[in-house]
Design a protein around this ligand. Structure first.
Ligand code: AMP
Ligand code: MN
Ligand code: MN
Ligand code: MN
Length: 280
């Protein structure tokens, strides 16, 4: 059976639903040989995932997906092979956490005062229940309380842009995210570049900027992308000299189009990011 590489996954330590142990069990069942845990802005699940990977014979890569901003757009930067607890990285993650907490409270306040939900405010439960709160946690509370049938419906009615609970958010710069990752001994990878609302020219500028400030790679093969996006990203990687990373961006079994371990083979001429990772 094929040995798979997955350098982008989530657990319930951010907006996924599985525990690290459950994630690793799924990875083992799917013959994953190399697994990175890259929860949003936290490494809280990495120790548990590392222990289970050791027992399962999977090579583990400790990571995190850092939230950042560039020209007003939210950009995600995956850090791989990170030293947890390194000061610059910890300062970055603490900063994002406090921004997230303020935003969640502001969303709750908006929903409550606009009386969209008859005064219901999901933010207290989210802030008490999740160490790294996201809007997905708010969406799940809205579903639990019967205000929406699905988390997607909760976003469409209450949380997405141009809805009553939308609160814009500024994030630290891409440059500072890359710097924090490099300070922690890791490799910085531009996450899912095809998902940003950027023209081809602007995306090229982002990749050039990312490389210039010390980024090592970009995701080229991500579960669920179109063949056109795969070849577009491969071309960008070759042009910019960024290494190519692969991953599923797995969040939960309820999203079967991105199972753990799923990604296409890296196209020819793209240097595999895996080759730049420190040896196990
Ligand atoms: P946050 O980091 O707080 O903005 O929350 C991000 C989470 O919300 C991720 O799980 C996203 O997949 C999810 N999300 C963001 N926008 C939408 C949307 N328009 N529809 C569905 N999910 C979304
Ligand atoms: Mn996510
Ligand atoms: Mn992301
Ligand atoms: Mn992700």
């Amino acid at each position: 059976m094929q040995r798979l590489i997955d350098l982008h996954t989530h657990t319930h330590h951010s907006d996924g639903v599985l525990s690290p142990s459950e994630l690793v069990a799924r990875a083992a069942a799917r013959q994953v040989a190399v697994l990175a845990l890259t929860d949003h802005d936290t490494m809280a699940g990495c120790d548990a995932a590392a222990a289970d990977c050791r027992a399962a014979g999977i090579r583990f890569v400790p990571g995190a997906e850092l939230t950042a901003g560039w020209r007003g757009q939210e950009i995600h930067v995956v850090g791989l092979a990170l030293q947890a607890g390194e000061t610059t990285l910890r300062t970055y993650l603490d900063d994002v956490l406090s921004r997230r907490r303020r935003r969640i409270a502001a969303i709750g306040e908006k929903l409550r005062t606009e009386r969209t939900l008859d005064g219901f405010d999901p933010s207290a439960a989210v802030l008490a229940g999740s160490a790294m709160p996201t809007r997905m946690h708010i969406a799940r509370e809205l579903v639990c309380a019967g205000h929406a049938a699905t988390t997607q419906a909760a976003f469409d009615r209450y949380l997405a842009r141009r809805t009553p609970g939308y609160v814009p958010q500024e994030w630290p710069t891409v440059e500072s995210a890359v710097a924090a990752i490099n300070a922690a001994g890791g490799l910085a990878v531009l996450a899912h570049p095809h998902r940003y609302k950027l023209s081809n020219g602007a995306l090229r500028e982002l990749c050039d900027h990312f490389s210039a400030v010390g980024g090592a790679g970009m995701e080229v093969s991500i579960a669920g992308q179109s063949p056109n996006d795969l070849s577009r990203l491969a071309r960008l990687a070759r042009l910019t000299g960024l290494a190519g990373s692969v991953g599923s961006d797995f969040h939960e079994p309820g999203m079967p189009w991105r199972p753990v371990g799923r990604s296409d083979k890296l196209p020819d001429g793209v240097e595999p990011l895996l080759d730049r990772l420190p040896p196990p």
